[in-house]
Ligand binder design. Structure first.
Ligand code: PNW
Length: 479
C-alpha cells in the first residue's frame, strides 16, 4: 500500500517514473551524417510503394542536427525520463566481413547522453527498434535464417560496444522493442522492413510465411539472452543499470461469454505476448503455440534455455488498444491465410463505440490496459513499466493539434487505468512512457499519422505543443 504522504496530486507515488519515448529511424534523419550506413528501413522506405506517400526517414524530425533544441523542449516539459533507441547503422559500419565501431556515430550518442545528463533527464535506451543494418540482412542471413549464429555474434558485439561506450549514462537498457511487430509485419505480412512475404508470392527479399516468423523469434530471443548475459557478467556491477526487453500486446477480451471464446481470448494473449514472455520466464514457447504451430515452431537447446530463463530485470510493456476475440474452428477463416495470424484460430474485432484513432488498427478502450497489466502480473512477478502508450491523432494541422482533446482524453483515461492497476489491484507497475515526444515517421504510414505530444511541421521543423503536452507538464512532471 502507498502511504498518503508519498502520493502526488495525480494519485501516483512520488517515485513513479513518467517519461516519453521515440525511436532512432522515426526521428533522427541524418541518414548519412556521422558516416551512417543503410539499415533495412532505409532500403525498404526507398522501395517504390512500400511507405505511404513515398515518405522516408532521410530527414524525419532532423533530431541529429536539432538535438540541443529538443533537449530544451524536454526541459520545458519538465521531463525527467526519456526513452530512445540507438541506430545500429550509426553505431557501427560494415567492413565487408562484420560490423565495426563507427566513431562519429558513437560520439553523437555520447554527446546526446551528456546533454540529457546536464538537463537532469534519465536515459532509457533500446538497442534495436527495428533497424537492422542492411549488410547483416544481405550478407549474414539476418534474423530470418534458421539458427543463425552469425547474427547472434553480431548482436552481442553491438550490445557490448553500446554498454562499453555509453553504459555509464544509461539507467535501463532494452535489447529489443516489440519483436512481435517487426516479426509479424516484417517477416510474414511484409508491410514492414525487410518486407519478407510468403515464398509462393515470388516477391520480397526473403521468404516470409508460416515458418519464418518463428525462425525470427527464436533468433531474436537468443540474441536478447546473449546481450543480457554480457551485461550481467561484465557491466552490471560497475554500471549499476538494469536490462530487459520491451514487448507489446493489445489486450484480448472474449466476444461472448462462451467457454470457447474465453479460451480464444487467452490463446490470443499467449500468441501475442506469451510468444515472447514465456521463453523469458520458462525457457520455452507457450503450450498453446506448441499445440497449434507444431513442427514449424523451433526448439531451444538446454544452453539456450538456461540463458533465456530470468533474462529480464524488469518488463517493458507497450500497449495501444484492445481486441474482442472469438474462437474459430480450423479452416473457418476461409481467407487462405497461414502463419501467425491463422495459427491462433481466432478472429479479432473491436468493441462497438470505441473511439477510432487515425491509425486504423487503434481504438480507445482504457480498461484494456488495466486488464493487460493484471494478466502480465499473474505471470511475471518483477517490476513492470509501460514503455509505450499513446494516440494516433485525428488532428492534422498545428492549430487543430494544439487543441486536440481526443489525445488528452486517451492519456487521462489510460493513465487512470494504470493507477487503478497499481493502487487497487497491487500490480507492480513502476513507470509509464507516453508515445511519443514528437510526431515522427510512423513506419509504413510515413508522416501521415501523428503520435507526438508536439506537432511537427515537416517543412519548417517547427514543434508545436498539443493540449496533452500542457497536461503532461502540469500533472505528470509535477508531483
Ligand atoms: C509501436 N499493433 O508499433 C512502435 O513501437 C512504435 O515505433 C510506433 O510508432 C508506435 O507503436 C505506433 O504505431 C505498433 O498493431 C505497431 O497493435 C502495431 C501495433 C502496436 C504498436
Amino acid at each position: 500500500a502507498v502511504e498518503a504522504n508519498d502520493t502526488c496530486a495525480n494519485g501516483f507515488p512520488a517515485d513513479f517514473v513518467w517519461g516519453l519515448g521515440t525511436a532512432a529511424y522515426q526521428i533522427e534523419g541524418g541518414w548519412n551524417a556521422t558516416n551512417r550506413s543503410p539499415s533495412i528501413w532505409d532500403v525498404f522506405s526507398h522501395t517504390k510503394g512500400a511507405v505511404a506517400g513515398g515518405d522516408t526517414g532521410d530527414v524525419a524530425d532532423d533530431v541529429i542536427h536539432r538535438w540541443r533544441d529538443d533537449i530544451a523542449l524536454m526541459s520545458e516539459l519538465g521531463l525527467k525520463h526519456y526513452r530512445f533507441s540507438l541506430s545500429w547503422s550509426r553505431m557501427m559500419s560494415w567492413d565487408g566481413h562484420s560490423m565495426v565501431p563507427n566513431e562519429p556515430g558513437i560520439a553523437w550518442y555520447s554527446d546526446f547522453l551528456d546533454g540529457l545528463l546536464e538537463a537532469g533527464i534519465t536515459a532509457h535506451v533500446t538497442l534495436y527498434h527495428w533497424d537492422l543494418p542492411q549488410a547483416l540482412h544481405e550478407h549474414r542471413g539476418g534474423w530470418h535464417t534458421p539458427d543463425n549464429e552469425r547474427i547472434l555474434t553480431e548482436f552481442e558485439a553491438y550490445a557490448t560496444l553500446a554498454f562499453e561506450r555509453l553504459g555509464s549514462r544509461v539507467a535501463t537498457w532494452f535489447t529489443f522493442n516489440e519483436p512481435w511487430t517487426f516479426t509479424v509485419s516484417g517477416y510474414s505480412a511484409g508491410n514492414h522492413a525487410p518486407g519478407c512475404v510468403p515464398a509462393q508470392s515470388g516477391r520480397g527479399p526473403c521468404a516470409g510465411g508460416d515458418v519464418t516468423p518463428y525462425v525470427v523469434s527464436t533468433n531474436v530471443l537468443n540474441a536478447h539472452a546473449r546481450a543480457v548475459a554480457v551485461y550481467r557478467t561484465r557491466f552490471a556491477a560497475t554500471l549499476g543499470g538494469r536490462i530487459s526487453i520491451t514487448l507489446n500486446c493489445e489486450f484480448a477480451r472474449p466476444l461472448t461469454n462462451s467457454a470457447a471464446d474465453a479460451a480464444a481470448a487467452e490463446r490470443a494473449l499467449q500468441f501475442w505476448l506469451g510468444w515472447w514472455l514465456e521463453p523469458l520466464l520458462s525457457g520455452d514457447y507457450p503450450a498453446a503455440m506448441r499445440r497449434n504451430v507444431g513442427e514449424r515452431l523451433p526448439s531451444f537447446s538446454p544452453e539456450q534455455r538456461e540463458l533465456l530463463i530470468g533474462s529480464i530485470d524488469l518488463l517493458g510493456i507497450n500497449h495501444y488498444s484492445t481486441h474482442m476475440v472469438r474462437d474459430v474452428a480450423d479452416g473457418e477463416r476461409g481467407d487462405a491465410s497461414s502463419g501467425w495470424e491463422a495459427d491462433q484460430h481466432v478472429v479479432a474485432t473491436f468493441g462497438a463505440g470505441w473511439p477510432q484513432a487515425a491509425s486504423p488498427w487503434q481504438r480507445s478502450y482504457p480498461a484494456g490496459l488495466r486488464g493487460l497489466l493484471n494478466w502480465v502480473a499473474a505471470r511475471y512477478k518483477g517490476d513492470i513499466y509501460v514503455t509505450e502508450n499513446g494516440w494516433s491523432c485525428n488532428s492534422f494541422t498545428a492549430a487543430a493539434a494544439a487543441a486536440d482533446q481526443e489525445q488528452l482524453d486517451y492519456y487521462t483515461g489510460y493513465t487512470e487505468q494504470v493507477r487503478l492497476a497499481l493502487v487497487e489491484d497491487g500490480v507492480p507497475v513502476r513507470g509509464y512512457f507516453g508515445w511519443s515526444l514528437l510526431d515522427n515517421f510512423e513506419w509504413a504510414d510515413g508522416y501521415s499519422k501523428r503520435f507526438g505530444l508536439y506537432y511537427v511541421n515537416y517543412t519548417t521543423q517547427q514543434r508545436t505543443p498539443k493540449k496533452a503536452a500542457a497536461w503532461w507538464k502540469e500533472t505528470r512532471s509535477a508531483c
